[in-house]
Design a protein around this ligand. Structure first.
Ligand SMILES: [Zn+2]
Length: 286
């Protein structure tokens, strides 16, 4: 009798432990599911945020390339691309009433797309015509990116150190201006720091800001040098562009379509021809 009682007690005890264990497992599973769902929702929100950044029109989407991937490679000085040659023609500081239309015409003639890093103050100085040119860039399937409003390096990086609040305000102002032309649905995640990210100190707050807002800052790994050193003629600009691109599978070419860059316009057909002859695909950053 006593032994039986003991047995029953042991069985009961084991059952409680077993049920308790199964209960805990179930509770954990439910908890896991809840956190998995929360994570999925979080991911979806992140995706939507990225999808909302377009930077180009429907036609232009065929030519875009993941700007984040390109920027990460550039940061590591890795210009390989699995054997596939790709070039990103980029034009900074526009638009200008004189040179932008010519550049658009040459790109059209050659059936290639480019990325325009717009500077707000130049757009406003150019009035309605400059705004029409942004629309034309967009309508033709080129990519639009943010180069800030003022291009005032003393304001953005006083003493060569980043002023993150000034930077954010300046880029926001330009974004608003571009939206006022292309519509509220327009947004781009791609930006280029005036003077280049690589040129300034104390950039950590910008890294954080970019990360939090899924933005991408991109410099370049080749240039026609139309904004530095002595003034060059078209042939010299083309030579410089080709020299700095040579041996690179992935080329981000820095040029300018602002005022005074007439020689860049003249050099552009030669530069495009070089990349075509050497088997490069022309893509845009978005
Ligand atoms: Zn610039």
């Amino acid at each position: 009798m006593r032994a039986n009682y003991k047995k029953t007690a042991i069985i009961l005890g084991l059952s409680v432990i077993l049920i308790g264990g199964v209960g805990t497992i179930f509770a954990k599973k439910i908890n896991n599911n809840v956190s998995i769902n929360a994570q999925a929702q979080e991911n979806k929100k992140e995706e939507e945020k990225i999808v909302n950044y377009v930077g180009t029109n429907e036609e232009g989407k065929k030519y875009t390339y993941d700007a984040k991937k390109v920027a990460d490679k550039l940061a590591k000085y890795d210009y390989s691309n699995d054997g596939k040659k790709v070039v990103f023609l980029t034009f900074d500081d526009g638009t200008s009433k004189t040179n932008t239309p010519e550049i658009l015409r040459i790109l059209d003639e050659n059936n290639v797309k480019a990325t325009f890093f717009l500077t707000g103050s130049n757009i406003e100085n150019g009035g309605e015509k400059a705004k029409e040119l942004i629309k034309e860039e967009f309508d033709k399937g080129h990519a639009i990116a943010n180069h800030g409003y003022s291009h005032d390096c003393k304001k953005l990086y006083p003493g060569r150190y980043l002023d993150i609040d000034a930077f954010k305000e300046d880029f926001k102002k330009n974004e608003e201006l571009i939206k006022s032309v292309l519509g509220d649905n327009f947004s781009t995640r791609v930006l280029r720091c005036p003077g280049g990210y690589m040129s300034w100190k104390g950039m950590e707050p910008l890294d954080k800001y970019l990360d939090e807002n899924k933005l991408v800052s991109i410099d370049w790994n080749a240039l026609n040098a139309d904004a530095e050193g002595p003034r060059k003629n078209a042939q010299q600009l083309a030579d410089y562009a080709i020299k700095t691109a040579q041996g690179k599978e992935m080329v981000v070419m820095l040029m300018h379509d602002t005022y005074g860059k007439e020689e860049t316009v003249k050099a552009l057909p030669t530069i495009i021809k070089y990349f075509k002859d050497n088997g490069y695909e022309f893509r845009t950053l978005a």
